[in-house]
Design a binder for this molecule. Structure first.
Ligand code: ZN
Length: 525
């Protein structure tokens, strides 16, 4: 072989080595991060309360170590080398080019934050979480207020470190962590008309005067039986229990902490079994996404765990997966055709004589309420909008923490027409702010919008899906989601994926069509 052809080959392998080393370093940081995820899960499930102070130290130290690794000079050098190599980034939409683009984004964001701030956020978050638990249990906002104040101030510092783009606002910097590329103004432009149309729908339902009999879901079912039924549902929707588990917590969540290890949590109420059922299906939707991400390799293909290609796109897309299983599958008639006899058997005859139509109506009522996680589909997004407006005001200093309860109660009165009796069922109900998750709430509604738009496409591509669901066959739906969404990891941004999968940019119309159709079926409006 002539020497001239040998040199580029050698050069190419040196550059490919840069990419391999880059992925390896980032993956190692993620392995360390997954230890923190395990500690978080433990804190929420089994850790004795007295372990909280030391846990905060552990989490703070780990967060700092992860940050140190993810901001290393070497990663910066390798990124530069990869970005200069056309064989890696020349084709902008290739997996490798996208992986490098997203690693650059993560690196730039991480290097903007000083390690001390990262450690403090983790420590205060862990401590504030414990304070919040007690404050919520005792309806004691005063004890939580200084911690929320501290969290807001740290979040402000974090947003300032990330920086505000021209024409933007501080809130954007935090929202961008969860929903890359989205701004507060864009969220507002989606939420404002959505609120008007939802207000109209909720008003029409109220005017109908129709009272739905919900006694079929308000039956006493032993939590043990509920848990067994939850596991049965997980198997039916193909959540892999050999690579996951289901536990009990105060605030249900899913942690896709590692390849082969996806953990779901739920909470049981003796008197209304659908709370836990839908909580479980919701978290299972997140879990199926985590299990569908290409974290583990197959055959000769290496796994992508730890790099963006093995990670989810955004919280909005993540939420679209959970809401799809909870609402589009779990609250549908075809699902109940299959599930009702099974639930009746699992609950030892507690649902005897209940019809599919009665169950469908009972799980699709629309009625303004106090608690977001228990809200029905029709009113849920109003809860999200209230939080978005309040946290935006808190962050920007337009609302003082001490005035939060009054502002909260006033918004519930004006948006949902409900009177908040205490802070426990008011501004203390969510875990997010204690953790410092500011900018997170809008992704819930974005998830609802994405799920409705995906669902319309799914129904045209799997025309007999509802017949399949009535027989408990969910496999084709799961494969569709894997193929169109899960397997790509972070190769596409949310807006790009939406266009690619549905052919259209995100719109509120599919969700409103869906909600109107359900309200029509149940209330005749
Ligand atoms: Zn969720």
């Amino acid at each position: 072989m002539p020497a001239a052809t040998k040199e580029p080959k050698a050069a190419k392998s040196a550059k490919a080595d840069a990419y391999t080393e880059l992925c390896d370093l980032v993956r190692k940081g993620s392995v360390l991060g997954s230890v923190n995820a395990l500690l978080n899960w433990d804190q929420e499930t089994y850790m004795p309360a007295a372990g909280a102070a030391h846990r905060a130290e552990q989490q703070s130290m780990l967060a700092e170590l992860v940050h140190e690794r993810m901001t290393s000079k070497r990663i910066g050098e390798l990124l530069k080398a990869c970005e200069a190599d056309q064989s890696l980034v020349g084709k902008e939409s290739s997996e490798t080019a996208r992986n490098i683009r997203e690693m650059r984004r993560d690196y730039d964001l991480a290097t903007k934050l000083p390690g001390s701030l990262v450690a403090e956020l983790a420590k205060v978050g862990s401590q504030a979480q414990e304070v919040w638990k007690h404050a919520r249990a005792n309806d004691d906002f005063k004890s939580f207020a200084p911690w929320l104040d501290r969290m807001m101030s740290l979040s402000r510092q974090k947003a300032e470190c990330y920086g505000v783009k021209a024409g933007g606002e501080l809130y954007d910097a935090l929202l961008d962590e969860y929903e890359p590329g989205m701004t507060a103004r864009e969220v507002e432009s989606i939420f404002t008309p959505l609120r008007e149309r939802l207000t109209d729908l909720i008003g029409r339902v109220a005017k109908s005067g129709k009272k739905i009999d919900t006694s079929c879901i308000e039956v006493k079912v032993d939590p043990k039986l509920q848990h067994e039924f939850g596991l049965q549902i997980l198997k039916a929707i193909h959540f892999d229990l050999d690579a996951g588990r289901l536990d009990v917590t105060t605030h249900p969540f899913c942690s896709g902490m590692a390849p082969g290890d996806t953990r779901l949590t739920t909470r049981y109420r003796g008197e209304k079994f659908t709370d836990a059922l839908y909580g479980t299906m919701h978290e299972a939707g997140h879990g199926l996404y985590e299990q569908g991400l290409p974290k583990l390799g197959s055959g000769k293909k290496p796994g992508h765990f730890g790099t963006p290609l093995g990670d989810s796109i955004s919280l909005g897309i993540h939420e679209s997966q959970s809401r799809m299983w909870e609402n589009f599958v779990g609250r549908s008639k075809p699902f109940w055709k299959w599930a009702l006899p099974r639930a009746n058997k699992a609950f030892e005859g507690a649902l005897k004589g209940v019809t599919v139509n009665e169950m469908f109506a009972a799980v699709n009522t629309t009625s303004p309420s106090l608690i977001r996680v228990e809200a029905d589909e029709g009113t849920y997004n109003m809860h999200v909008m209230i939080r978005f407006e309040l946290e935006r005001a808190l962050l920007h200093g337009d609302l003082a923490v001490k005035d939060l309860p009054a502002a909260w109660n006033e918004k519930y009165k004006s948006y949902l027409g409900v009177k908040v009796p205490d802070d426990r069922r008011g501004c203390l109900q969510d875990v997010h702010w204690s953790f410092g998750l500011i900018g997170y709430f809008p992704t819930y509604t974005l998830g609802n919008l994405y799920s409705a738009q995906f669902w319309e496409t799914i129904l045209t591509e799997i025309p007999d899906l509802e017949d399949q669901m009535a027989k408990g066959e969910i496999g084709q739906l799961r494969e569709w989601l894997r193929d169109k969404i899960h397997k790509h990891g972070k190769r596409y941004r949310a807006a790009e994926l939406c266009k690619k999968v549905t052919g259209k940019p995100l719109s509120a119309d599919p969700l409103l069509r869906h909600l109107s159709s359900r309200a029509g079926a149940v209330y005749g409006v």
